[in-house]
Write a protein of this length. Structure first.
Length: 94
């Protein structure tokens, strides 16, 4: 996608953020999404959403991201929040 996602390794490992590759039904990359993981509220929130070379994502990519975040936050996509919290706690302790 030609943007700087590689710089987010530490943030991802700490659990503060997660990076997703947004793709169409054929698997073609459309954009990259960064979300903040709120383990206390058990929700995710969009931080950044970028297309190729940090361009504005397409309408379809934006709609896909909105549906994904809503489904996670409404419990329609299952997330094991307790497991995530434990994993991130273990990483923080080293």
């Amino acid at each position: 996608m030609r943007h700087c996602v590689g710089g987010y390794t530490q943030a991802c490992l700490s659990g503060r953020t997660q990076i997703f590759s947004v793709r169409d039904k054929r698997g073609k990359r459309l954009s990259t999404l960064e979300v903040f993981v709120d383990l206390e509220e058990q929700t995710i929130k969009q931080v950044q959403h970028s297309g190729i070379r940090n361009s504005t994502p397409s309408i379809d990519a934006k709609k896909t991201v909105t549906r994904f975040i809503d489904k996670v936050n409404w419990g329609q996509i299952p997330v094991n929040w307790l497991d995530l919290k434990e994993r991130f706690r273990e990483r923080a302790l080293g």
